[in-house]
Design a protein around this ligand. Sequence first.
Ligand code: ACO
Length: 273
Amino acid sequence: MTDGAQIADDVAGSGLEFTIDRAVATITLSRPDRRNAQTPGMWRALARIGDTLPEGVRVVVVRGSGRSFSSGIDLRALTPEGVPGEEPAVPADAGPDEMDRTIAGYQRAFTWLRRPAIVSVAAVHGHAIGAGFQLALACDLRVAAEDATFCMKESALGLVPDLTGTKPLVDTVGLARALEICLTAREVPAGEARELGIVQAVVPAPDLDGTVRDLAAALLQVDSAASAATKNLLQQAAGNTLDEQAAAERRAQIDRLQTIGLLVGGTGFPVTE
Ligand code: ACO
């Protein structure tokens, strides 16, 4: 287990800042001069945060400094030279197997944000392009400033979105709309993103941080174990049949009832005196 200051030290120089205020951790993409373009080093640092996040953290806010949430991958990472001081995103002489392992490593930066023990919230302003859009989609919830736009630009660069963004996008907007958004690489403005269910709230830009703080406070009001169990249950729902989901609800509820002392040893509800 690592404390917040240690994590902040660990990720210093990666383009990320990390703070913890009680049960709320905040990750700030902090390369404003590059519109928070993402690098492999930043993805390694994000994965490290996920690996070492203190147990008491219940809400993780992901935000960007400066004018944009994130302009996506640092385009220099796609050149053989890479971003200065970093290896290129595609290692020299990598074959398909090494590339598979490399991308799996990048994806680790994004997957932990779905962990049931936390609720992750992306605070999006300005641009969320490519890897930036996928980072927002990796979070459980998205709050957007009115100026936010979302763009899945990968296909325009001859690539596919591979940072775990395709599933949440299709789950949220459906196949046809996801196809249209990805294959036109158009900008989806905040208002449309709200109508599509991509973002849960759109607020004036000056209100973004306050709205996210209020949301975090509301999320902390419920019991932490009930929150984790409910998130776990909801995450399974789309992949389960009704019978499977009903069974999962029963299992989760029995566990809850035992934990809070309303069910002892599986013998039914305790008789009140
Ligand atoms: N990679 C590297 N540098 C970038 C990136 C990026 N993704 N985005 C912005 N920058 C740099 C610019 O080159 C510029 O550098 P300079 O000051 O040395 O000239 C600086 O950041 C500011 O960018 P501007 O374009 O001047 O800022 P503006 O606010 O006008 O536009 C925008 C912002 C729309 C984000 C624009 O920079 C842009 O389109 N960037 C590229 C987006 C992109 O194609 N991303 C890859 C998506 S695919 C994927 O993520 C896998």
